[in-house]
Write a protein that binds this ligand. Structure first.
Ligand code: NAD
Ligand code: MG
Length: 330
């Protein structure tokens, strides 16, 4: 079982007198900058020249600087820009400002785990990754709570890397909810596997396969859309709030019996074998190097696949049907 830390485990004094540079002011960045500031920590936000958020941050009374300046000022440098630009921005604008004993923070492990960023030996490398979107990290904090987060130490030069991570998590409000210890390897590999096999990849293909099966058998696409896509949210919400058994208690007995007997036929032993292959691609770095090269190739494959997928009949039909549901357009 994982080790879980709470506020009482944090030693806020390790961040006393330390400047925290938050690089980026997007989904996570805005929440980290504001929560840490409200917790009394010394924050500077690093943004590119001309970034429209410069005025937003100034308006809140939080210091702003260029990415280069903020990285040089920060004892702690948290990188909260998109994962696929981090390596370049690190090399050009952050690495030059790192000093011995500084700490580089991440909210996702991809660039460290797959060696896209190779930090010097004389700094700490730490992850604090909220398990929720930035706006929720901010809202929960304001309401006096927090979003559970992960903490991981990749490199502990100072000998107090974990304490720095926990003190940061406390400032973020995360330690009110619980901070789960993990590693960069575990966070990165499970995150990629989850989004590929289950959340994004598995789920969208499951929807399309069900829809195509019904339409090819002569059923009306509108009806297939409701059964295979629209109603998914009701079921996912039940699972989210009550777990899988709780969902089963809340659907009809007919639905539950069909689930129990037919579900394992859909996700057959062969599908489970395929999942192992997907995990192997993640663990060996095959997926990571493919994605890095894809970005260098200006995303040729990704753009072609995006276009092809957007042409699937379920997309055009979905636009039309969603426009009939006024509550979806608010
Ligand atoms: P985001 O896409 O919202 O980041 C946008 C910010 O990055 C903006 O301030 C933008 O100006 C800046 N930016 C973009 N390109 C830049 C560049 N080339 N140079 C300098 N600044 C640039 O990012 P996010 O979704 O908040 O993700 C940040 C990190 O947090 C990632 O590592 C991500 O994996 C992780 N994470 C995100 C979430 C989430 O819910 N979004 C949850 C947990 C962890
Ligand atoms: Mg993720």
């Amino acid at each position: 079982m994982a080790k879980i830390y709470y506020e009482k485990d944090a030693k806020p004094e390790v961040l006393e007198g330390q400047k925290i540079a938050i690089i980026g002011y997007g989904s996570q960045g805005h929440a980290h900058a504001q929560n840490l500031t409200d917790s009394g920590l010394d924050v500077v936000v690093g943004l590119r020249e001309g970034d429209p958020d410069i005025e937003t941050v100034k308006g809140l009374g939080i210091a702003v600087a260029t990415v280069e300046e903020a990285a040089a000022m920060g004892d702690i440098v948290m990188i909260l820009i998109p994962d696929d630009v981090q390596a370049r921005v690190y090399r050009d604008s952050i690495r030059p400002g790192l000093k011995s004993g500084n700490a580089l923070f991440f909210a996702h492990g991809f660039n460290i785990h797959y060696s896209q960023i190779v930090p010097p030996d004389d700094i700490d490398v730490i992850m604090v990754a909220p398990k929720g979107p930035g706006p929720m990290v901010r809202q929960m904090f304001v309401e006096g709570g927090g979003v559970p987060s992960l903490v991981a130490v990749y490199q502990d030069y100072s000998g107090m890397a974990l304490d720095r991570g926990l003190a940061y998590a406390k400032g973020l409000g995360a330690a009110r909810a619980g901070v789960i210890e993990t590693t960069f390897k575990e966070e990165t590999e499970t995150d990629l596997f989850g989004e590929q096999a289950v959340l994004c990849g598995g789920c969208s293909e499951l929807i399309k396969a069900g829809f195509d099966t019904l339409v090819e058998a002569g059923y009306q696409p509108e009806i297939a859309y409701f059964e295979c896509l629209h109603e998914l949210k009701l079921i996912v919400d039940l699972i989210h709030y009550h777990g899988i058994s709780g969902m089963r208690q809340r659907v009809s007995d007919t639905a539950e019996y069909g689930d129990l007997t037919r579900g394992p036929e859909v996700i057959s032993p062969e599908v489970r074998e395929v999942m192992k292959g997907i995990l192997d691609d993640v663990q060996t770095g095959r997926f990571a190097s493919e994605w890095v090269l894809e970005n260098q190739a200006n995303r040729a494959t990704m753009e072609a696949l995006r276009r092809r997928e957007a042409e699937h009949p379920i997309e055009e039909l979905g636009k039309q049907l969603r426009s009939m549901m006024s509550w979806l357009n608010e």
